[in-house]
Design a protein around this ligand. Structure first.
Ligand SMILES: [Zn+2]
Length: 186
C-alpha cells in the first residue's frame, strides 16, 4: 500500500521526513530507495557491495528467504454491530487475510458527540495497537517503539487526552536516529 503521510519519524533511519507507507512500515525517500532495491533488485545491492568493498549483512540471504507477507490493497472485512454497557452502538470491523484477523477498526454513528470523544480516542488507541500486534503476528511486521508511539499519537483526538499523554511519556525513550546509542555513552 503506498500512501503519503505527514512529516514524521522514518521507521528506517529515524529522521523526520515526508514518509511513504510500505507494507506497514513508513520510510523516508532515502530509505525507500534502499528498501526498493532490497525488494526488487537484491543483486544490485550485492554488486554495489562488491564494488565498494562493503560487507553484506550476514543474515541477508536468510532474510530474503523468509519474507514477510505483504498487506494487500484490498482486504475482506467483517463488520460486527455491538453495544457498550451504556447502550452506545459501535461498529467493529475486522479485516481478514486468508482467514486471519490482520486489522481491527471501531466506529460509532455518534462520531461528533462531545461526550464520546475521549471514549472514541481510547477505543481508537486500543484498536490501533491491536492492529499493530495482529500485523506482527500474522504478517511478520516488525514492531518498534517508534511505531507504537506513532499509533498512540494518531489515536489522539484532543490535546492531552489519554493516548496523547501516553505518547509524550513514551517519546522520552525514543532513539532519534540509528547510531544514536553510541553518542549517548558519556
Ligand atoms: Zn529513512
Amino acid at each position: 500500500m503506498k500512501k503519503m503521510t505527514d512529516t514524521e519519524l522514518c521507521d528506517g533511519c529515524g529522521q523526520v521526513d515526508q514518509l511513504v507507507e510500505r507494507d506497514g512500515n513508513e520510510f523516508c525517500r532515502h530509505c525507500l530507495t534502499i528498501v526498493d532495491a532490497l525488494e526488487n533488485r537484491p543483486e544490485l545491492l550485492t554488486h554495489l557491495c562488491r564494488l565498494t568493498g562493503s560487507a553484506l549483512p550476514a543474515d541477508q540471504q536468510e532474510n530474503m528467504s523468509r519474507r514477510q507477507r505483504d498487506l494487500p490493497d484490498v482486504l475482506d472485512a467483517v463488520r460486527y454491530r455491538t453495544r457498550d454497557r451504556e447502550q452506545n452502538t459501535w461498529y467493529v470491523s475486522v479485516s481478514e487475510m486468508e482467514g486471519d484477523p490482520v486489522e481491527i477498526f471501531a466506529s460509532t454513528a455518534f462520531d461528533r458527540d462531545q461526550h464520546l470523544q475521549s471514549r472514541i480516542s481510547n477505543l481508537t488507541t486500543i484498536t490501533r495497537l491491536i492492529s499493530l500486534i495482529l500485523r506482527h503476528i500474522y504478517l511478520g511486521e516488525v514492531l518498534t517503539l517508534d511505531k507504537t508511539v506513532k499509533q498512540l499519537r494518531r489515536s489522539s483526538r484532543q490535546k492531552n487526552d489519554l493516548p496523547d499523554m501516553l505518547s509524550k511519556v513514551l517519546s522520552n525513550y525514543r532513539r532519534h536516529a540509528i547510531g544514536a546509542e553510541k553518542e549517548e555513552t558519556p
